[in-house]
Design a binder for this molecule. Structure first.
Ligand code: ZN
Length: 476
């Protein structure tokens, strides 16, 4: 079809080319089945839903259902909906100049019906790209019927057209997404009267504007999202509208740390190399970043009703790399390798991304600091037992002290490895690289782990962290 598109300019041309217009749901079904048959990945860039959400979504699309996705914030619902656009034909023909992408063979707006009656096969068509066939609205309590459905166009009325003239309508978002996909986010926040109007469009296929009922059999796939508790709360969604969504699919957060991290890496602003500085994130650092979010999702002190978004992991991942990158840039180090002193910045970026349970008296910062410690402990335990660090603790017992910070040159960490060569063996488990940038990262992890196990004391003074044997620490 692609090549011929330029030559097909009128309804007559389209008829000659024997073009068959499909409904949007038929079109998606056809393209989806063809992709599946070819063994292609259907939802590009979506991770962690392969065995849960995606099979359900595929079935719903093949069934031609309107869909509601239920999930807490930051589960990739909007992204998932946008990828359905890739299942549309690249281009479809519509009546040129139509506000609602009318099908050349079955127009529904008054203007196009009149136009085709007057000019027949000579009516011009326009090829509409699939990216133009997606509409999205975040529902809010002040969303109006005029926004979503339409209103009387005051200019046309002023020109003397009567209100009963169907051509005086100014179409809202949903009609303008005719023959496409319309996403409505946070459906329960839509006022009841707008919900009723939405139901009328989807089910009765008519719209009512200022008391006038107009038949408008839109061809549309509606996908809504909602927080599960809001959706099931009594009175938040009018029952007929609820019934209209034939497929209800529950989304979820990544089930594993690796998936959480993979999404963060995909969305990250940092590539592997920037300004000649190589960015390398050791696996244990990535694990800590992911685990921090996962701990927040398990915490009683964090509101699980709204959830903890994957966006928290993404912004934490970026801020930790930014800190490491800044160090490498200023100190002219070759590799940016994040360390624990970079990870502390996650606490600040996470404020505002969690909601504290209101009964708790702690501040967000206190809760996040506690989660941070817990996270380091979880990851430390996966690699080490405290007693393995006896040689290092012996060094501290000899009144050794160490100052760590995000701006301390990596070369100043290596001497601890020279003093305690056993650390090289322990470092093997978390990557075993010998560049000073890596050794600095490993050492901070060891020290923080030993601090959490109360085997070392720590004092923080404006971004510097002093480790020493307890009791502390007047020596600095
Ligand atoms: Zn039209």
């Amino acid at each position: 079809m692609k090549k011929e598109i330029k030559e097909i300019k009128t309804i007559g041309d389209l008829k000659k080319a024997k073009y068959k217009v499909l409904s949007v749901k038929e079109e998606i079904r056809k393209n989806l089945l063809e992709k599946l048959e070819r063994g292609e990945r259907v939802f590009e860039g979506i991770w962690g839903y392969e065995e849960t959400v995606i099979p359900q979504l595929i079935n719903a699309l093949i069934a031609g259902h309107d869909i509601i996705l239920l999930g807490e914030r930051g589960q990739g619902k909007s992204r998932l909906i946008r990828t359905i656009v890739t299942l549309l034909d690249e281009y479809i023909p519509a009546v040129d100049g139509c506000e609602i992408n009318d099908s050349p063979f079955a127009p529904i707006c008054a203007r196009c019906i009149r136009l085709i009656r007057e000019k027949g096969d000579n009516v011009e068509i326009r090829w509409v790209h699939r990216e133009e066939r997606f509409g999205e609205k975040l529902a809010t309590p002040d969303t109006t019927v005029a926004d979503l459905i339409g209103d009387i166009d005051p200019i046309k009325v002023a020109q003397g057209r009567p209100l009963s003239d169907p051509e005086v309508i100014h179409f809202g978002l949903i009609p303008r997404t005719n023959r496409g996909i319309f996403a409505i986010n946070e459906l329960p926040d839509l006022p009841e009267r707008v919900q009723v109007a939405l139901f009328n469009v989807m089910e009765e296929r008519d719209i009512q504007i200022k008391g006038y009922k107009i038949r408008l059999p839109l061809d549309i796939l509606v996908v809504a999202t909602a927080n599960p508790e809001d959706y099931t709360a009594r009175g938040r969604i009018v029952t007929p509208l609820k019934d209209r969504f034939n497929s209800m699919i529950r989304t979820h957060y990544p089930l594993s740390r690796d998936i959480e991290l993979k999404i963060a890496q995909q969305e990250s602003n940092f590539k592997d190399v920037r300004d000649g500085i190589k960015i390398e994130v050791p696996k244990f650092i990535g694990d800590i970043i992911s685990e921090f979010t996962m701990q927040a999702r398990k915490s009683d002190e964090v509101s699980q009703h709204s959830g903890v978004s994957v966006r928290m992991t993404i912004s934490n991942y970026d801020i930790v790399i930014a800190s490491a990158y800044k160090r490498a840039y200023i100190l002219k180090e070759k590799i940016a390798v994040p360390r624990v002193s970079d990870l502390y910045y996650m606490i600040n970026t996470s404020i505002g991304k969690i909601e504290v349970e209101s009964i708790m008296e702690k501040s967000e910062t206190e809760i996040l600091e506690k989660l941070f410690k817990k996270t380091i402990k979880v990851i430390f335990d996966e690699y080490y037992k405290v007693h393995e660090f006896e040689p290092l603790l012996n060094l501290f017992r000899e009144d050794f002290k160490f100052e760590a910070s995000d701006m301390k040159p990596s070369s100043e960490y290596t001497m601890v490895f020279e003093k305690v060569p056993h650390l090289y063996n322990l470092a093997e488990r978390i990557g075993g690289r010998r560049e000073s940038e890596f050794l600095a990262s490993y050492l901070e992890f060891f020290l923080e782990g030993l601090y959490i196990y109360n085997r070392l004391a720590k004092e923080s003074v404006s971004g510097r962290y002093y480790y020493g044997s307890s009791p502390f620490m007047r020596g600095f």
